[in-house]
Design a protein around this ligand. Structure first.
Ligand code: PLP
Length: 342
């Protein structure tokens, strides 16, 4: 099977398993896990923040961010098709009691669109906008990269209005690998930043939140409250450490492979895709209505040994990662094109 459903499907490499087995560990609830402590310091430094905190998943990192920055009833501005809206099973409403306002249309929203969407604090009727969340890369919009000048402008406008800023940077490593700024520069405009080790970096689990010492201290409580405070997490942190050492530079290969698939798909007349829009390791493409729909294509592809996901009836997503080779990607692109053609 050529599994392109997500970059989360990777399994730890042999060398990663060796690192995990050898990791010194302790009870992280007492601050006693040396591997976790080392990783938290390393990631804080990498992201240019004072402190960082390990969390079991990116979803929990996002939920904790909502809890530290908002009060129930608040409004949070997010990008159209944000992970927060689609992939967290309604956690924002259940865990933080906030409403999400989606902004932008198939592309990153601008500072102007952000300002227009803000509901002022202290108004007699409006739910106050207290947080803006940016997802970079943006998953459901095809792994696209936010123009950093726009990010800087949005965060500056937010700060001026007492609105907190949060980066859902699950794939921020991909932005840096695509030739953008380094991760510290990408994180700099934000109060709090989430990163993931279990996407393109290939670790079996783990995310981190990074920010000021005070903010991270507040996150510790919410992590516990949501049930995410674990014990000998050094086993996971060793995998993340290994990934930072060995799997960051190779992300560029995933981007090349995504481009390779995209150029093949774009040649199919039933597929709607501009290969130039593929900036990182995610390819989102549309289908014209005169052939198999997305669910049908997912089924046909799986019968031919290629796994991809449908986003809706006419839209699909595939993701490249370290467990698929260049040849796999060429084969997958050709098979998907042929199947879409009927
Ligand atoms: C995967 C993902 C998350 C959540 O990470 P999990 O570890 O799967 O919970 C959050 N944000 C984005 C943009 C993601 O792609």
């Amino acid at each position: 099977m050529i599994d392109l459903r997500s970059d989360t499907v990777t399994r730890p490499t042999g060398a990663m398993r060796v690192a995990m087995a050898a990791a010194p560990v302790g009870d992280d609830q007492y601050g006693d896990d040396p591997t976790a402590n080392a990783l938290q310091e390393r990631v804080a430094a990498l992201l240019g923040k004072e402190a960082a905190l390990w969390l079991p998943t990116g979803t929990m990192a996002n939920q904790v961010a909502l809890r530290v920055f908002t009060r129930p009833g608040d409004d949070v501005v997010v990008g159209r098709e944000a992970h927060a809206v689609w992939h967290e099973t309604g956690g924002s409403g259940a865990n933080a009691g906030v409403q999400l306002t989606e902004v932008g249309d198939g592309r990153p929203f601008t500072a102007g669109e952000f300002i227009a969407a803000i509901k002022p604090q202290g108004h007699g009727l409006y739910p106050p906008t207290t947080l803006v969340e940016i997802e970079n890369t943006h998953n459901r919009l095809g792994g696209l990269i936010w123009p950093q000048h726009e990010v800087v402008a949005i965060c500056a406008e937010a700060r001026r209005r007492n609105i907190a800023t949060f980066l859902d940077g699950a794939r921020i490593w991909n932005v840096a690998a695509a030739g953008g700024d380094g991760v510290a520069a990408l994180a700099a405009p934000f109060d709090l930043v989430a990163v993931s080790f279990s996407k393109g970096l290939g670790a079996p689990g783990g995310s981190m939140l990074a920010g000021s010492r005070d903010l991270v201290a507040a996150c510790v409580r919410h992590r516990r409250m949501l049930g995410g405070a674990m014990r000998q997490i050094g086993i996971f942190c060793a995998a993340a450490m290994h990934a930072l050492d060995h799997h960051v530079a190779r992300l560029a290969d995933d981007h090349d492979n995504a481009g390779l698939i995209a150029r093949r798909l774009a040649q199919c007349r039933r597929i709607v895709l501009d290969p130039a829009s593929v900036e990182t390791n995610i390819v989102v493409f549309g289908l014209r209505g005169d052939g198999p729909d997305a669910h049908e294509l997912v089924r046909l592809a799986s019968e031919s040994g290629v796994l991809v996901n449908a986003l809706d009836r006419y839209k699909l997503r595939l993701v490249t990662h370290l467990d698929v080779s260049r040849d796999d990607c060429i084969a997958a692109g050709d098979r998907l094109s042929a199947l879409a053609n009927g």
